[in-house]
Ligand binder design. Structure first.
Ligand code: SF4
Length: 69
């Protein structure tokens, strides 16, 4: 799976980093930044995406098809 973030949608809530702190971090501008998406399994990536209230985390399969949201 691949993960992308839409920083325009992110409001800095931080749920993503609570689920997967090695992948998502909120920067000083209250915007999510991607760290190391390969450091967690697919389920954790999906859990983090589902925890985002703004749907700012986009999950795609390896062919680029959007899986979430
Ligand atoms: S959970 Fe969503 S809104 Fe909150 S910091 Fe992460 S990407 Fe941004």
């Amino acid at each position: 799976m691949k993960v992308k973030v839409d920083r325009d949608l992110c409001t800095g809530v931080g749920n993503c980093g609570a689920v997967a702190p090695t992948v998502f971090k909120v920067d000083k501008h209250n915007q999510v930044v991607l760290l190391d998406p390969g450091s967690v399994d697919d389920k954790t990536l999906m859990d983090a995406a589902e925890a985002c209230p703004e749907n700012a985390i986009i999950i795609e399969d390896d062919d680029g098809n959007q899986l979430y949201p």
